[in-house]
Design a protein around this ligand. Sequence first.
Ligand SMILES: [Zn+2]
Length: 299
Amino acid sequence: MSTMVTDAEIKDGLWAFKAFKAPRPNGLHVGFFKRFWLIVGDSMKAKVKKALRECKIPEYLNRTNFLHNSIGVGECLVKRCISESDTCPLCQREPESILHRLRDSVNSRQTWERLGISPTNSFYVGNLIHWLEKNCKDNTCGLREQPPWKILFYFTIWLLWKHRNDVVCRNQCAQSNAQREALFRALEFLHCGLNVKISGCRKVVRMRWEKPQVGWARLNIDGTALGNPGRSGCGGLIRNSQGEWMGGFSRRLGCSNSFIAELWALRDGLNLCHELNLNAVEIHLDASAIYCLTPIQSF
Ligand SMILES: [Zn+2]
């Protein structure tokens, strides 16, 4: 190449892709990189320029995908003469095909069943291509306030693969909560990556601060951003059952969005509760997205 690619050309190249075109090996779609261009743009531009300068694409970016049937499960490694055994490293019983890893093995089935797919569902039938195509196009929402199935599906298969590698390569214990992490990440992507608002009817509610029960404290938190992304901050305070001030905090967050600001508020609030050694705290916040992501309602 006679001239180096410009920043604008790299950005134009990315923008030429649709949001849900093939995810990178880390499972993130083009839509994510477009949405967070202000944050990830510089490092992405540097990587592209380095690859072009050195005429070499980093191995981790050049990985082949599921559809090429060459993801590094036992069967594929044997075909490529990298391994002698195709036995599944987790169950040690069956050959490890891609479908075994992502759909048919005991722990994968557990994950899908926890996501609401019954053992007799046709989900467990069909070859790899058919299975991926069908689920990657399924835009239906299961339970109320859950992300579209195709997003949840992407994150689940990525996490199943990632957890397998954590066990095999990092000697970590097999995890049984992939479905929870998948749901968390899919919701995060939905709100931060695509900025989709969860549908719901809007209603005006009159409210005021009420004292918590005797022996309890109440943590009120909020986070906000002027724009998306934009200047943002968060704060909160804790009062006891007499309404007396116990502690408070505020934080400037720089350029962020309201979802991240709310998460920071929750994090700082929980840290403050911990510092004050509080055992019974009601948490009040006005962000339904955070509420959906948080498994606890009070502690
Ligand atoms: Zn297995």
